[in-house]
Design a protein. Structure first.
Length: 340
């Protein structure tokens, strides 16, 4: 058995038939090299390559294969299908469940109908037409901050994404503020502590990819002189209600492609589960959501990652496709993307 994670192992043998499965899930670091090695090694006898996948917006390998099929359909035969056509092989009620969850969304067009959505809205994370504004409710179930910190604050550095959001009694996620910018560590930590206290937040969700334990420590360095403790939540631990003497931190580690991690949040917008607060300064975040596209030279917007962490935490989005029963699990540790 050969795997795309170790593309070098694919070489060294001559194949007459190679079946490459689930192409959409191949990791970005090695997928193109793995595919190249498959093509170079499948060269004897029938010399046929069979591959299967679910449609995935922005995937460069799938784009290449679709382009080859369009240019030479006799040599590269492309066969598509819908989930409904496979209903006889699925559990009773499965198709109905998936239709209820995803019908009418871009994810549904990909997963259920097998439609290439690369040309929809230019590949943006969220279509501008599904971003709605509402007044901030007088009461919220939860309110939090999410941070994707950059390692430097120079002119060409990535931004430190800071997004404040809340969960209404109606189950709606409200994006309250976008505080993203280029900040030295002490500056963004002070900003987070100030907003945590002012908003009565119950949690700060921090991405640890760039900084590890030092991210929470940076918040602690500002909070401790104020007489405020910083407590890192255990995996599976729900944050207690707001306590002005304690800042609860949930550490998450993002894995996989940014566009795939953001997909379930895009679906939540399409389903009307996320609103922007009326009057909030969210123009820059909206621009990121509606224009950013994945690519080898694309910037890495901190505001997008921070928003994803906030909405995943508030709405309890999971990799399995069902909401969490408790706001507990650090889902960014999953290799598979979150889903609604």
């Amino acid at each position: 058995m050969r795997t795309p994670e170790r593309p070098g192992k694919i070489r060294g043998s001559n194949y007459d038939l190679f079946w490459a499965t689930e192409l959409q899930s191949w990791g970005p670091a090695t997928r193109m090299e793995a595919w190249s090695n498959i093509e170079l090694s499948t060269r004897v006898g029938l010399a046929r390559i069979v591959w299967d996948c679910t449609q995935q917006r922005g995937n460069p390998l799938l784009r290449q294969l679709r382009r080859e099929a369009a240019e030479n359909p006799e040599l590269h035969r492309l066969v598509g299908g819908t989930m409904a056509e496979n209903a006889a092989n699925l559990r009773v009620g499965y198709v109905a469940d998936m239709l209820r969850r995803y019908e009418g969304t871009r994810k549904g067009r990909e997963e259920l109908e097998g439609i290439d959505t690369d040309d929809e809205e230019g590949g943006a994370t969220v279509a501008r037409g599904v971003i709605h504004t509402r007044p901030l409710p007088s009461r919220l179930r939860r309110r939090l901050l999410a941070v994707d910190n950059a390692t430097t604050a120079r002119r060409r550095s990535d931004t430190t994404g800071i997004v404040e959001a809340g969960l209404g009694l109606d189950g709606q996620a409200y994006v309250i503020a976008d505080l993203t910018g280029r900040y030295p560590p002490g500056v963004w930590a002070a900003l987070v502590v100030d907003r945590y206290l002012a908003g009565g937040c119950d949690c700060v969700v921090v991405e640890t990819n760039a900084g590890g334990d030092l991210v929470a420590q940076n918040i602690r360095s500002d909070a401790t002189p104020r007489g405020i403790a910083v407590v890192v939540l255990d995996r599976g631990q729900a944050p207690p209600p707001h306590n002005p003497r304690v800042i609860y931190v949930r550490e998450v580690r993002a894995k996989g492609e940014k566009s795939r991690r953001a997909e379930p949040v895009g679906t939540a917008y399409e389903r009307g589960r996320v609103s922007h607060v009326e009057g909030a300064e969210l123009d820059s975040l909206t621009e990121t959501l509606t224009t950013w596209e994945p690519g080898p030279h694309s910037p890495s917007p901190g505001d997008l990652d921070a928003l994803v962490h906030a909405i995943v935490e508030l709405l309890g989005l999971t990799a399995s496709g069902a909401p969490r029963e408790t706001v507990a699990e650090n889902l960014t540790d999953e290799v598979t993307p979150w889903a609604l």
